[in-house]
Design a protein around this ligand. Structure first.
Ligand SMILES: [Zn+2]
Length: 217
């Protein structure tokens, strides 16, 4: 039974591309996206740490066929008890085949290798032990053993405010977080949701002031 003890990324999760049919952002073709594209809610940065979702063993640690600019780039597959997870577009390879890993242990760093338009983790889940058939698609173009990871993430139920305070000591992410908040405030006011727009605007001021007090980041 698939059960996560830890999320694959730190900070709260934002899914920028779900488990669904989509027009491929690079190839422009319609294809089933058999995983989740993940980044922290306030934007991913190269080198963000990635974690094993349970106790398992590394069964694949390699560069995509064709080279580092193709497919998943640097990617790994970890086998758990009857199921597996693939982590793609990594910065490099930090674990080796056969290595045992614990839930919550760092197993790599977020990057943008392979066919990718920006820093994120492609996270794919398989309801099967590792087999070369993983990469076989059924007649609908869905990877044979792939299941939607979205059902399994661990919720850490942080408020927006807590998430933002978490990144106060990371200037790059903090700047991006403020931008994200601005976009959300604008979007909510465009949608006519003025209460929400006001909430995001007040958060910007609060978080900005706290950043300034804590060292002007
Ligand atoms: Zn993806």
């Amino acid at each position: 039974m698939i059960e996560f003890k830890n999320n694959p990324i730190e900070h709260d999760i934002s899914i920028s591309s779900p488990f669904a049919y989509r027009i491929h952002p690079v190839h422009g073709t319609r294809h089933h996206h058999s995983g989740n594209d993940l980044r922290p809610l306030v934007s991913g940065l190269d080198g963000d740490l990635l974690y094993s979702v349970a106790d398992g063993q590394v069964v694949v640690s390699k560069v995509n066929g064709g080279g580092v600019k193709f497919g998943y780039g640097y990617y790994i597959i970890i086998q758990y008890d009857g199921w597996c997870a693939l982590y793609g577009h990594l910065m490099g390879l930090d674990v080796s085949v056969g290595q045992r890993v614990k839930a919550g242990e760092v197993i790599g760093r977020m990057g943008t290798t392979g066919t990718s338009t920006g820093t994120h983790l492609h996270f794919q889940l398989y309801n099967s032990n590792y087999t070369v058939k993983f990469f076989t698609e059924d007649e609908d173009g869905v990877d044979m053993y792939a299941v939607d990871p979205e059902l399994y993430y661990v919720s850490d139920k942080k408020t927006w405010e807590e998430i933002l305070y978490d990144c106060l000591d990371e200037p790059d992410r903090w700047v991006k977080a403020i931008d994200t908040l601005r976009e959300m405030a604008e979007l909510s006011s465009d949608l006519g949701d003025l209460e929400i727009a006001k909430y995001f605007s007040s958060l910007i001021i609060k978080v900005y002031e706290k950043g300034v007090v804590d060292g002007g980041k």
